[in-house]
Each structure stands twice: as C-alpha cells, then as structure tokens.
Design a protein around this ligand. Structure first.
Ligand code: GTP
Ligand code: MG
Length: 421
C-alpha cells in the first residue's frame, strides 16, 4: 500500500486509500477517521471559543481505546507487536463485550444482520467487522473495490455480499405500495418558527434532502444548530426523539450556541450536546468519506438528522477554473446521491444542507443571486429554501421549486434562544 504522504504529492487520492490529514499531521484510513474527528461535542458553558478544538473531545472511552489501538497498529511496523495489537483488536471485537449499553445494543443488532447474510461464516464476519463494515448499510454503500481491499475478501464474495445487503435493505425497484409505506413514515422536525414550519408543510420533513441557501449571515448555520436541538424533542413537541450528525465544513459549529438553544427549550444541555455527533470535514474528499461512513452510524446511534454545513464550500475552493467544472459537478452529483440514498433507505431520517449563493452575472431582471453548485444541486435536493435578510433579527424564507408547498414568504427571527417567529 502506498504511503498517504506520497499520495498527497501525487494528488491521486482514491476512496479507501490512506489519506493524509493536514490537521492531524498524520495518516487516516477508512473506518478510522470517525473515531478521531467525529467527536461528541463536550463543552461547558462559558468556555472560550478559541479552546473549541480542545474542548470537543471524545467522551466515549470505548472509542478512545480503539483510536489508541489503531494508532499503535498504524505506527508499528514490528511484526510481533503487530500481531499482538491485532489480537487485542480481535478481543475488542468480542460481540458480548461491555460497551455503552445503548451503542452496544444497536451495534449488536447491525452485526447480527450482517451475520445472517447468506454465505457469511465466522471468518468472513470477522474480516468484515475488522475492516469497519459492521452493518448492511456500510456494505451496500461502499464500492466493491474498497471492501475487497480493506477486508481481504474475494471479488465474488464481495459482490454477493453487496447484492444481498441491497436486497435486505430494499434498494432498487420497489412496488408503489412500498413507496407509499415509505411516504407514510415521513415525520417532521420543527424549525422553532411556526411560520417557517407552515411554509415547509409542517417542518423539515424526513426522507428528503432539504437545502437552505442564501447570502452570508442569513441564518443558515443558526437553523442547522436549532434543528440539531429540536430533533431531540419528543414527537408532541415537534421532534423525533433522535440524535443528530453534524458535518461542519466551515468550522462554524458552536457548542455554546447549542447550549443557549437547549436552555431556551428547557432541555438538559449536557444531554443535548452528547446527542450531537460532530464531524469536521477538512476538504471535499474528507467530506465525501464522512458521509459514506455515516451509513454505519445511523442505526447504531439513532441518528434522525444529518446536517452538512456547507455542502459546496470545499468543492468550490478546490476545483478552480473552467476546465475543472465537469469534474466538480460529477463529484458533487455523486456526493448528493449518497445523501439521497440515505433518505431512501431511512424514511425517518432528515438530511439538511446549506448552500452559499453566487452572483449570476447574466441576470438583469429579478434576483441575480442563485445557489452555488448549479443544476446538479437544484435537481438533487428535494426541497429548497431561499433565505434573505429582513429588518434586524428578522429573516425571510421562500420555498423555491416545490409545487406542493405555498409560495408565500415566511418571516422568522434569530433570537438569543434560537430560531422563533
Ligand atoms: P454564512 O455561513 O456566513 O454564509 O452565514 P449563515 O447564513 O450561516 O449565517 P448564520 O447562521 O451564522 O447567521 C448569523 C446571524 O445569526 C448573525 O448575523 C446574527 O444575527 C445571528 N446570531 C448568531 N448567533 C447569535 C446569538 O448568539 N444570538 C443572537 N441573538 N443572534 C445570533
Ligand atoms: Mg454559516
């Protein structure tokens, strides 16, 4: 396997290959990034914003241990030690071990589903789990080449595994009845503003990718924060009693803001923070990888909301110049389809993304601003909300291109306690 640093120089990063992380100044490989970057936000009130990175720490000892183990494994070229570490890793994969009871139960459930796939014996199961494929979703989603490389399984076996995982998850053709069943499961998360909820037909709906786009400071990030809190509310209060996964590409996630919002709703802010799984994406490849790995976490961690803030930022800054446009659009398209596929599988999962606007120079009448990313994003997301500034705290939202939703403007405010009317 080539060294990640070499890969960076050669500039031919491929999914599943070692990935050199500039922030950590070390290599990551598939299945391991999460343990390091996808930390729980653990933050005490009144902490300095500059200490954010230090304060967002893993609060799950289990994962801490795993990181250490993997680090040792990566850094150790000595064969004897390697075997020792490998054995320890195997012990750690003991399905009956004591882990956080909540995580343990759902992880076991996921692994059991993999175990039941035709042709999966003890050896195959071990290889899969060790390579980080502990759920049907992760197998169905990952390109076969990566599964083969990571797990050491053969081409035929991998093909069969993917096919039967997809069947189990009902990916592919389905009857209208199944589609109806899926639609019936759609639920909604309140935004905190009645008016905005009404314009969305009752709140942010699950089973769709919803895009909030607008100029800077129009409240996109604030809405994302609020949804992460609100998704945890009980159903009668407008939530889904679920957890949130926050992919931050701009470094604007603020736990202290979450605390304010949670307190505004009389919720225990410690619990609220613990239920938001946070991942900082440092570049577009990293962002794509995080979403691919998210497939593994949704069931395990009862995730009901995925936030990507912002969807296009990295792509915009990395693919510069006309010549790269086709390539960029193709990559964004495939990234969006990863998100859409998650919604297809989990009817009780909402995916919300933000998008910047860019000036469209050839528009002389009407609004010259349009969402970045062009048609691809427009066609990929199911519901699009355009945000603009009003007076003071007020913001105005308009639903774009959704024939089943009202055209009227919704006015909401960004207050100390978060989003409200
Ligand atoms: P970009 O990411 O720069 O494109 O902007 P954005 O659309 O994500 O804006 P964001 O959600 O960060 O909104 C910023 C606005 O929210 C600020 O202009 C403030 O008006 C408001 N805001 C942010 N934090 C607070 C807060 O703690 N209290 C109050 N009252 N308002 C806040
Ligand atoms: Mg923002």
């Amino acid at each position: 396997m080539a060294k990640a640093t070499e890969i960076e120089e050669n500039n031919d990063f491929e999914m599943g290959n070692p990935y050199y992380c500039k922030e950590c100044k070390r290599n990551h490989t598939k299945g391991k990034i999460y343990k390091e970057h996808l930390n729980f936000a653990k933050f005490e009130n009144g902490d300095d914003e500059n200490n954010l990175d230090e304060n967002i720490k893993l609060n799950n000892d289990d994962y801490d241990d795993e990181v250490e183990l993997i680090e040792a494994f990566n850094e150790n070229d000595n064969q004897e030690n390697k075997i020792e570490v490998e054995n320890q890793l195997e012990d750690d994969l003991d399905l009956d071990r004591e882990v956080d009871p909540n995580i343990g139960e759902s992880l076991k459930e996921c692994i059991n589903a993999v175990k039941k796939l035709p042709g999966v014996g003890e050896a195959t199961l071990n290889k899969l789990i060790k390579a980080g494929f502990s759920s049907l979703e992760s197998i169905a989603f990952t390109p076969p080449k990566i599964i083969q490389e990571e797990s050491g399984l053969g081409e035929k076996t991998t093909e069969k595994l993917i096919k039967s995982s997809m069947e189990q998850l009902h990916i592919g053709f389905k009857s209208a009845e199944d589609v109806w069943e899926h639609r019936k499961n759609i639920a909604r998360i309140t935004t905190g503003s009645q008016e905005l909820d009404d314009s969305l037909g009752g709140g942010v709906e699950t089973g769709s990718v919803i895009e909030f786009f607008g100029e800077f400071r129009t409240g996109k990030t604030q809405i994302m924060h609020q949804l992460c809190v609100n998704v945890q509310l009980s159903e009668e209060n407008g939530g889904l009693e679920g957890n949130a996964l926050y992919i931050d590409t701009e470094g604007t996630f603020r736990p202290e803001r979450i605390i304010q919002m949670a307190e505004g709703l009389d919720m225990d802010h410690k619990k609220v923070l613990k239920n938001i799984i946070f991942g900082r994406a440092y570049n577009s490849d990293h962002q794509i990888l995080l979403i691919k790995e998210a497939a593994n976490l949704i069931k395990e961690r009862n995730i009901k909301l995925i936030v990507v803030d912002s969807l296009i930022g990295h792509f915009r800054s990395e693919y510069i110049g006309r010549g790269t446009l086709a390539n960029r659009q193709q990559t964004i398209n495939s990234h969006l389809h990863d998100l859409l596929r998650l919604c297809d599988i989990y009817s009780d999962l909402a995916v919300v993304v933000t998008n910047q606007v860019q000036a469209k120079p050839d528009v002389f009448y009407g609004n010259p601003l349009q969402a970045a990313g062009g048609n691809i994003v427009a066609h990929g997301s199911t519901i699009r909300v355009y945000l603009r500034k009003g007076k003071g705290e007020q913001r105005i939202a308009k639903i774009v291109d959704a024939p089943h939703l009202p055209e009227a403007d919704a006015i909401f405010s960004i207050t100390e306690n978060g989003i409200s009317d």
